[in-house]
Write a protein that binds this ligand. Sequence first.
Ligand code: HEC
Length: 508
Amino acid sequence: MSVLTWIEQRTGIVSQTADFLTEDVPGGASYWYAFGSATIFAMILQIVTGIFLTFYYAPSAVSAWESTNYIYHNVPFGSFVISLHFWGATAMIALLFMHMLQVLLWGAYKAPRELSWVVGVLLMVITLVLGLTGYLLPWDMNAYFASQVAINIAASVPIVGNATQQFLSGGPGMGTLTIGRFFGLHVWLMPAALIALVGAHLSIFRHNGSAGPPVDHDLKKLPQGRFWPNQMFMDAVASLAVFAIIVALAIFSPAPLDAKADPTQKFIAYPAWYFLALYGLLRIAGSLPANIIPIANLLATVVIPGGLVTLLVLLPFIDRNPSRQLSRRPWVLGLTAISLVFAIGLSLYSQLAIQQEQAEAGEGGAKAVAAAPAVAGASGASTTGAAASGGSGGAQVAMAGAAGKGMTVYSANCSGCHGAAGAGQAGVFPPLGGSEYVTGDTKRLGHILLYGLNGKIKVKGGDYNGQMPAWKGQLSNTDIANVLTYIRSSWGNKASAYPEAQLAGITK
Ligand code: HEC
């Protein structure tokens, strides 16, 4: 009895594998179908390289950067494996987008494949969260400032924002607990969810069979290809090509590691390419007149991205058109084209704006000009080297305009006590959202900022008796006015922009 027969009799695995492989591919095998399997290949590469990295990485504020640096310089092939992981993330997301686009164009999300599509959209969200959470872990300058903006954005979401911010950062500031939360999400929760959903995705796919080309006549009448060996061969070639590209990038363009995170330094962080469009929306929102910034921010951070994901999930149920033929689907194809044009346009806009700010920061020396990303990810960080040498003093913003610059000042100087979401800490640091000190008399507010505050006060019904530092001499009047404009238009506050000229007239 052969070994295979012996195993087959006890597990059935041999015939199951044979069944799995001998599947018809209507219309023949095609490289167009290889994006899905190449995405899975990239995922496996991420898991293998990720496991290697956890052997050395130590998640805490005093060891995250140090252990990453150790991997770079002391672990054999360490820098190469980090770079594979870095470029693998970009590859996985790019392939995933291509796979989704192909399914969208081919109409392969239509009945009976709706659930395949829905699970696929969830996989996209999880993959983006993996990109976001992984970005913080090296704990270098770009990681720190980019993630801080991401946390601030999470904090600005109505109702759940505060709780989400607390969960992500583990406390009022960013530190060891924040690294622990991101690490747990990046290494345990998200990969577990990813693998489970990929399993579901594949088993649903096998149940329905390959969707074939975008035609309306009977697929059975088309010439049939075989999954094994025809499609498997093309899948293998595609994955191999992807691997070769990732290896070449890892060798010739290794992943960057900036200086260790230092919240007191200025830094223009750069978002991953797949978050550039979102960042562009945020910039536009931040450049609008102060009184509509809160609502514009809500649109940019919650309504538009959330609406887009919801629309994607619901697509197979909204698009009831039974035809898969390209010429009979003008609506879906038109909207897809328009969305792509917008996404690419917004990304280019952000890219140019960031480059410009980095150039200004490089020339401006110590003056705190800033920029920053909506969220973080795996690529593009190589452009931050120039910014790191730009000077010192400020931090970063997620939007343009006074409130945007104020957000920078806030993150660097105030969020440690008053919280990223301006919620303070009961009994210790008073809240700024809903505080009448913030939205009320501008002279009193300016005095608090310039000369500090101590003694008993009551804010939103809570008692406080602490020490608010004085900022005169620490921050310029422009920075103070900007931060006040920011806090007066955030977290539900709807007061006017702060008049900078008033500050000069306020004396102790
Ligand atoms: C070291 C912690 C700390 C930092 C940093 C800090 N504050 Fe405060 N802040 C306090 C405390 C404590 C109070 C309450 C003082 C009291 O009880 O009299 C306060 C009070 C305030 C108030 C008035 C009360 C309220 O809730 O409206 C405002 C406005 C304010 N801070 C704004 C800011 C801004 C803007 C920054 C950044 C430039 C900042 N604070 C940085 C600790 C801090």
